[in-house]
Design a protein around this ligand. Sequence first.
Ligand code: PLV
Length: 322
Amino acid sequence: MLQHFHVNTPLLESVSMSKMAGTAVYLKMENCQPSGSFKIRGVGHLCQQLASRSKGVVCSSGGNAGMAAAYVARKMGLPATVVVPSSTPPLVVRRLQEQGAAVKVAGKVWDDANAEALRLAETEQLTFVPPFDHPLLWEGHASVVAEAAAALGPGARPGAVLLSVGGGGLLCGVVRGLKDAGWADVPVIAMETVGADCFNAAIKAGELVTLDDITSEAKCLGAKTVCRRAFELSQSGEATIISELVTDQEALRAVQMFLDEERVLVEMACGAALAAIYSGLIPRLQAQGRLPTPLRPLLVIVCGGSSINMEQLISLQQKLQS
Ligand code: PLV
């Protein structure tokens, strides 16, 4: 019997967000996962398939994939090493250590940490756990859509799914889940912050691009290059993907509004998706004819994230709102 590490998260209707969007908004509360984000779905699935006879796992992460890897490894009785970039706040390093992981800081952004994790996997013969670029991760993430479909009930069909894009693993998983649910034509609104916008940049360029640097505070969206599969999905017509950007200020305002209205604290990476509602993007897309009017209910993947606490929130406010 394969063990599940993730939980079936609540699907909650938000009255205040529904008002802003002009249609019902359903929140898939992935912040409730044991490791604090949706990442545990894919990472749990990948580790079950690849790590059962392993000496240990090594994961490169902006934080949340590492939290998932540390949690899953602990449950499987395996040692975990998580390599993070120096942009990772001390609170995440502490939370990773609490999960029992050995933490190594390497380089400035995730791409540098990833190079070190790959090296360790090779030299120490550890199972490499990538944070977003692997079919097993996408297969695991797809369960988020299956659960939402079951909770919404037969005949229900969202008007769009809203999510954040870092390296594109969640996007690939959700697109797969939509196909499995018979919802392949439901558009996905893929949100990034300016300065962590590798997916949007690839779409604009018509090819994969590597950003010079990550200048956004949404460090968990900070992959310099989106995974090839995510880019292919945007080009192939297999899925309808609307790629949009918000500023860090908009993402932070969304984090604050979500805290005030829903009483839940999420990190900037998640704020990017919430900002689509709070900054009025939905009616704008309808006005542009990119979403229909009237619009069926929206499904928002509240991806969660451990890179936030009161102190971090205040520090982001001082940095971005002064
Ligand atoms: N974070 C990855 C990649 O970081 C990580 O290592 O944890 N929301 C949250 C809270 C996240 O942590 C991430 C990814 C995303 C959204 C985006 O997911 P992705 O990478 O699958 O598009 C560099």
